[in-house]
Design a protein around this ligand. Structure first.
Ligand code: NIG
Ligand code: FE
Length: 417
């Protein structure tokens, strides 16, 4: 049989991140990768490349460059207006993140800016951030709402997120984060606001198909486990998977609650205990670690990385790009921080921003590794070793090329060769 490829990459070092390949980074040296209809249709050693057809102009000699899966940034709040540089200054003068939030600043100040921003401005500010990520080899990004906190602005944020994906031809997963903070008009009426989230916002957003998941912030300065439970129940009713900002500043039992609802992920987790880790392991909930927020808030309590390893909880990494706790658009800085601050190996770090990041979005069977049948989302890097991707500090590696497979037929297919 002669295989037909739309594009063929040859003479590449492939960091497949496929855990079934028994080599660091699932690496295949002197490899080739064929793409057909947006999917990886063949992958292996150059020497084993079967008889094939591919137009000469679509054969790319990688000259021993490395190909990795396109990076997956599985937790961002990338659509927002303005910045919080003033609060940064206040924190350095001694105010804490919680104090600023309690005095009406924090998330709510970005809510005000985002509500007021003209559509074009909000679009432009967010486009620039996403463009930086695209330039750094990211092909999949999750974008949360949560700076609107009223139906109209939440919808606006999610729509912009989707439009941005089309502009850059990136894969965007949207998450509804209505339960992010209490909007000023609901002061002292948190339960009423949760009613609004559950009874009006989630149903409407589900009807419009604007969100792939529902998230919340379970914290003293945000919502209680009982309130988040109601949000999760509503999400479940409308068939939406859940995730949670949990144990970021204190241990509220949020991760355990998320696990109870079969959450895709629980995120932050600095204050998580072993019980919570075990609950996540049993539920298959991914731990999304956000070293950028840990760094930026000058947190000293580290997430229980050793316990995640011990109990087999997969660890993803993300930028958490947002104006308050992580004004960061660089995936490479996050890879480095995970190694230096959380003692990840460079291989674990890359795994966290590819394979496990995809799992945290429920996209594990579609993207995140270089494997037969998966979407051909990848980045080609002019590097000598994949550890280089997490080695530099403050340098955004730009891939030689980023490639995103556009799969028309989303069904699983079988390859009989
Ligand atoms: O992931 N923790 C809650 N949400 C964001 C911060 C949002 C903000 O400060 O604007 C986070 O850290
Ligand atoms: Fe976040």
């Amino acid at each position: 049989m002669t295989l037909k490829f739309d594009t063929l990459f040859i003479n590449a070092n492939l960091a497949t991140m496929n855990p079934n390949i028994d080599a660091p980074y699932g690496a295949i040296g002197k490899g080739a990768l064929g793409v057909k209809d947006g999917r990886i249709a063949w992958i292996g050693k150059m020497d084993d490349l079967p008889k094939h057809k591919c137009k000469k102009k679509h054969i790319r000699d990688c000259e021993e460059d490395w190909i990795t899966p396109g990076l997956v940034d599985c937790h961002t709040h990338l659509v927002f207006s303005g910045n919080r540089a003033k609060e940064f200054e206040m924190r350095l003068q001694g105010a804490s993140y919680e104090e600023i939030a309690r005095s009406g600043g924090g998330i709510v100040s970005t809510v005000n800016a985002t509500r007021e921003a003209p559509l074009r401005l909000l679009h432009l500010e967010s486009t620039v951030r996403l463009g930086d990520m695209f330039d750094a080899g990211v092909t999949t990004v999750e974008i949360k709402s949560g700076y609107g906190l009223d139906l109209e602005t939440e919808i606006k944020m999610l729509q912009i997120a989707k439009e941005l994906g089309e502009k850059y031809d990136m894969r965007i997963q949207t998450t509804f984060l209505g339960a992010h903070a209490l909007p000023p008009e609901y002061k002292d009426r948190a339960d009423d606001y949760i009613d609004l989230v559950c009874n009006e916002m989630i149903p409407k957003i589900a009807e419009l198909g604007l969100a792939d998941a529902v998230d919340g912030f379970c914290e003293n300065i945000a919502f209680s486990p009982a309130q988040i439970r109601r949000v999760f129940e509503s999400a479940k009713k409308y068939g939406l998977p859940v995730k949670l900002h949990a144990e970021q500043l204190s241990n509220q039992g949020g991760a355990k609650l998320a696990a109870e609802f079969g959450a895709l992920s629980a995120d932050h987790l600095e204050y998580l205990d072993e019980d919570g880790v075990k609950a996540m392991a049993a539920a298959g909930t991914v731990a999304v670690l956000l070293p950028g927020a840990f760094y930026y808030l000058k947190e000293t309590q580290k997430p229980p990385v050793e316990l995640f390893r011990k109990h087999g909880v997969p660890m993803a990494l993300a930028t958490d790009c947002n104006p308050g706790s992580a004004p960061i658009v660089s995936p490479h800085l996050i890879l480095n921080m995970a190694c230096t601050l959380f003692s990840f190996t460079p291989e674990e770090a890359l795994d966290g921003m590819t394979r496990v990041g995809a799992m945290a979005l429920g996209l594990g069977s579609k993207v995140g590794t270089l494997e037969l049948g998966k979407s051909a989302d990848m980045a080609i890097w002019s590097i000598n070793h994949p550890a280089e991707l997490s080695y530099w500090v403050g340098k955004n590696y730009t891939p030689v090329k980023t490639f995103k497979g556009v799969v028309q037929n989303d069904e699983e297919i079988t390859y009989d060769y």
